[in-house]
Ligand binder design. Structure first.
Ligand code: MG
Length: 251
């Protein structure tokens, strides 16, 4: 019996399928488990609820006292006021900062500009949160209060404009959630990688993995001077801005 060309072709493919199957059975196949990683196991953190911080957070201010803070000027107890569970800038007493210093972190901080609107532009509800004592995330009453864009609330002062203006009305509590990666410096003091920061203002992303170009300068360009860990510093800009519920998690 003469085989047709089609039959020969059919036989060829059946043979090929058989050989492929045999080869597959002999060769070890990757298993799903091969790409599972079990160690280390992330530790358990109980998330915060409402104004309660997560279980592993360092509470920097719980509304009671300045136990974790000093005056940036002289290292003494801050002369700011504590009113209704909030710390309030006392004009002319200077900046305050945490006793503890930090590298990479997640910071939660709530702030409120005065409900009685006074001044305009940079003179209205101005304060600031200096990350590692050097890089100012602006606090300002930016509700219907135009100023230069890289100086409004949510900006890194004189550096980076916020993506949007998520400011609440004066007198309302606002929230910054800040995820910060500190700059890295080489042994000789040169910059290896700049700081990066993400800021969520009242639930809205205003800085997305933003590069910080160096120190906050009122006049001139940012500087990069090697440094280690630094405190969280809050600015006295002469306006009675309030802060409460401040906690941090080292990363
Ligand atoms: Mg400021």
């Amino acid at each position: 019996m003469k085989m047709s060309k089609i039959n020969i072709l059919l036989l060829f493919f059946v043979g090929l399928a058989f050989l492929t199957e045999t080869y597959a059975q002999q060769t070890p196949q990757p298993k799903p488990e091969a790409t599972e990683v079990w160690e280390p196991e992330p530790k358990v953190v109980t998330p915060g609820e409402g104004t309660k911080p997560p279980s592993d957070a360092i509470v920097l201010f719980d509304g009671k006292d300045f136990a974790n803070w000093v005056s940036s000027k002289d290292g003494n107890t801050p002369k700011w006021a504590i009113k209704d569970g909030a710390m309030v800038v006392e004009k002319g007493t200077g900046d305050i900062q945490t006793k503890q210093t930090f590298g990479d972190f997640q910071l939660h901080i709530e702030w409120r500009t005065p409900d009685k609107v006074e001044g305009e532009g940079q003179g209205r509800g101005n304060s600031g949160i200096f990350l590692q004592e050097r890089y100012e995330l602006q606090v300002l009453d930016s509700y219907q209060n135009r100023t230069y864009s890289n100086g409004q609330a949510g900006s890194f002062y004189k550096q980076t404009i916020p993506l949007v203006n998520a400011c609440k009305k004066p007198g309302e509590w606002q929230v910054y959630d800040i995820i910060y990666t500190a700059p890295r410096f080489r042994w000789n003091g040169s910059l290896e990688s700049p700081a990066r920061v993400t800021v969520i203002h009242n639930g809205v992303v205003v800085q997305n993995s933003t590069i910080i170009h160096g120190t906050t300068e009122y006049i001139g360009v940012p500087k990069n001077i090697a440094h280690g860990k630094g405190g969280i510093r809050l600015q006295d800009h002469g306006n009675p801005v309030s802060y409460r519920n401040i906690w941090i998690r080292e990363l």
